[in-house]
Structure formats: structure tokens, C-alpha cells
Design a protein around this ligand. Structure first.
Ligand code: FES
Length: 106
């Protein structure tokens, strides 16, 4: 049965090393795919504070620091961890299946 929950494939899991992130552009979305100790998380790539690209940020555990003004977010929840960011980061439901990372693009 197919429903409204269509996953969008983003990349191979092997493209994202542990403790790293890559930027993926797909279907008009610009996303950051993170690997935290073998668990994959997907957020918007663009910082909610400005033009920073979070896939290029500094990752420390489950926190990413934007290298533009050093604001930071929790990668799992999108919550703001450090100012000047005020607005949480959008996160997506990620799936890791058969070596492919996919999201529900909602
Ligand atoms: S653009 Fe990311 S902290 Fe300002």
C-alpha cells in the first residue's frame, strides 16, 4: 500500500563519515546530512541566523556550531544551543535503509 509518506533518497550512508556532515540539494531543499556515531540526522543546511552552511560547521557530539557567527544547534532536535541563533533548525525524519539515507520531506 502506498500512502502520503513518500521518502526522498538523499545520499549513500557511506558518503558521510562519523562525526561529519555533507550538504545535499534535492527537490528544492538544501539539507545537511549528519552522521553521529553511525546514526544519521538530517536538518536544513542553512543556518536560521544567516547565510552559514551547517554542513560546513564544527560538529561536537550532537551539536553543530555554525562557522559564520558561532551560533549552535542540537543536530537531533534542531534546538538552539548557543546564540546568536534564536530560531530552531528544521529537522527531518531520516531513514537509513540498504545503505541509503532518505527523509520524509515534510
Ligand atoms: S549565520 Fe549561523 S550563527 Fe549567524
Amino acid at each position: 500500500m502506498s500512502g502520503p509518506c513518500e521518502y526522498l533518497s538523499l545520499c549513500q550512508a557511506s558518503e558521510v563519515a562519523p562525526g561529519k556532515a555533507i550538504k545535499v540539494e534535492k527537490d528544492g531543499l538544501t539539507l545537511a546530512v549528519f552522521n553521529i556515531d553511525g546514526e544519521y540526522f538530517v536538518t536544513d543546511d542553512v543556518c536560521t541566523h544567516g547565510p552559514g552552511s551547517l554542513s560546513e560547521g564544527e560538529i561536537d557530539g550532537d551539536v553543530v556550531e555554525c562557522d559564520f557567527h558561532n551560533g549552535s544547534f542540537n543536530i537531533r532536535t534542531g534546538e538552539v544551543v548557543a546564540p546568536p541563533c534564536m530560531i530552531p533548525l528544521k529537522t527531518y525524519t531520516a531513514r537509513h535503509e540498504a545503505g541509503v539515507i532518505a527523509i520524509l520531506p515534510v
